[in-house]
Design a protein around this ligand. Structure first.
Ligand code: ARG
Length: 460
């Protein structure tokens, strides 16, 4: 189709294998038709194409649209890509009038328009999925404001926190992911249509009209930029990579919580697998794969950034490499988010195991040091050293801090009183952290109210 005139030989099979995007660009079909409908309507309104021919084109495109909806329309390799396949189908339906559609347009602005339209829909859908995951996290958080668990640093028990406090951290991360998606949407939603090959066109087109008809915020200002920019796609890949990293951390936490020594949470049978040899196993395969698929998403960003690197302005076929990365990233993040939502919803919490673990590893040592500062007016650095000696004693005696008697404490520092021992329970410790953003129930309730407000907000 794009041959015929200048070129006299049929394309070599290997050339087509290398250059055709038909194998993966079929999902742009509905957007390509919508873009063409807007374009031809504008061409008619501007007197560039006769109304009778424009009508024929529109009718033909609508028939193609129905075929696409039925799923019977396929991009054809011998025609290069979806754009040429649709144009050829139009030709078969209405004859030579079809040849008027490509006036004042090029595949360069066409494909950029299609991909932006496709991505816009996926951004809205992804935001909805993220919102559902956020909702599931907030549900779990509100049920576990008083559930104490060990908070970790260096993957060692550090200080007691509530499970709600931990889960809400993910809610906030997802809130930022949704903000990033919304910002990305703003930059995706600009129209390249009418930029033609790269220089604009000599026809009196109305780019504002096509932009408005397609729901874009505005036409892109510079025609070369419009056809060669892929930062919108890279931004999507960067945003999905970051989001996926957040899911990966949640997945890693889940795997840890389900590990044999901890047993903090369990997933329903429907969301775990067993082993082909060890019948006792309940493996968190899906969580591990959410974590694993993050590598793939980061890979897609790296792949497209590497394609763009060193590419001078204008269109080059290198740019065709954008689509598989963007398509697979959208599918992968969608699967991960929806799967994670089911796991968060289905997760049951073993509060006893969490509470028992919360006291292990001298997690309330900081509370004892803080007590010396608060009640005995000891400088924190000094209180830290004294408490260190208390911990050493507990280590030597192979007991918890709570098991040490007042006499033993007073042997280390006479300023300890009976009251000091009360700060050693994990629950008391958790409840005492009342600073803004802390794990105390009052703070967590406030954080929940804020998070619910953000969750209900529709960014897109
Ligand atoms: N299939 C091409 C792509 O995906 C469409 C644009 C082709 N443009 C061109 N000048 N050959 O980018």
């Amino acid at each position: 189709m794009a041959r015929g005139g200048r070129l006299n030989q049929k394309p070599a099979e290997i050339f087509q294998d290398m250059t055709a995007s038909a194998g993966f660009d079929g999902r742009l079909a509905p957007y390509d038709v919508v873009g063409s409908l807007a374009h031809v309507q504008m061409l008619a309104a501007q007197g560039i194409v006769r109304p009778s021919e424009a009508r024929k084109i529109q009718q033909g495109l609508k028939k193609i649209q129905q075929k696409i909806e039925k799923g019977t329309f396929k991009s054809r390799k011998e025609l290069d890509d979806i754009h040429m396949t649709i144009e050829a189908a139009l030709h078969r339906l209405i004859g030579s009038a079809a040849g008027r559609l490509h006036t004042a347009r090029s595949r360069n602005d066409q494909v950029a328009t299609d991909l932006r339209l496709w991505l816009r829909d996926r951004l809205v859908a992804l935001d909805g999925d993220l919102q559902a995951l956020q909702g599931a996290l907030l549900e779990q958080a509100s049920a576990h404001i008083m559930t104490v668990m060990p908070g970790l640093t260096h993957q060692q028990n550090a200080q007691p926190i509530s499970f709600a406090h931990h889960v809400l951290a993910y809610g906030d991360m997802l809130d930022r992911d949704r903000q990033r998606l919304a910002a990305c949407h703003g930059r995706v939603n600009e129209s390249p249509l009418g930029s033609a090959a790269l220089a604009g066109t000599s026809f009196p087109i109305d780019r504002k009209a096509t932009a408005a008809a397609l729901g874009f915020d505005r036409p892109m200002a510079n025609a070369i930029d419009a056809i060669s920019a892929r930062d919108f796609a890279m931004e999507f890949l960067a945003v999905t990579s970051i989001c996926s990293l957040h899911l990966s951390r949640l997945a890693a936490d889940m795997v840890l919580w389900m590990s044999t020594p901890l047993g903090f949470v369990s997933l329903p049978d429907s969301l775990v697998s067993s082993s082909s040899i060890m019948p006792q196993k309940r493996n968190p395969d899906a969580a591990e794969l959410v974590r694993g698929k993050t590598g793939r998403l980061i890979g897609h960003f790296t792949a497209l950034a590497s394609v763009i690197k060193g590419l001078p302005l204008g269109y080059a076929m290198d740019l065709q490499e954008d689509k598989q990365a963007v398509f697979d990233a959208a599918d992968t993040i969608d699967l991960s988010v929806r799967c994670m939502t089911e796991m968060v919803k289905g997760m049951t919490v073993n509060a006893d195991a969490m509470a028992a673990a919360a006291g292990h590893g001298y997690t309330t040592a900081t509370d004892l040091a803080d007590w010396l500062v608060r009640v005995a007016d000891v400088p924190f650095r000094q209180a830290h050293r004294i408490t260190g000696r208390v911990v050493s004693l507990a280590v030597r005696k192979k007991c918890d801090l709570e098991d040490l008697s007042l006499t033993e404490l007073q042997k280390i520092d006479p300023r300890f009183t009976a009251q000091a021992r009360r700060v050693l329970s994990p629950m008391a410790s958790m409840q005492s952290r009342t600073s803004e953003g802390g794990t105390a129930p009052g703070q967590v309730r406030r954080a929940l109210v804020r998070a619910r407000r953000r969750y209900q907000k529709n960014f897109l």
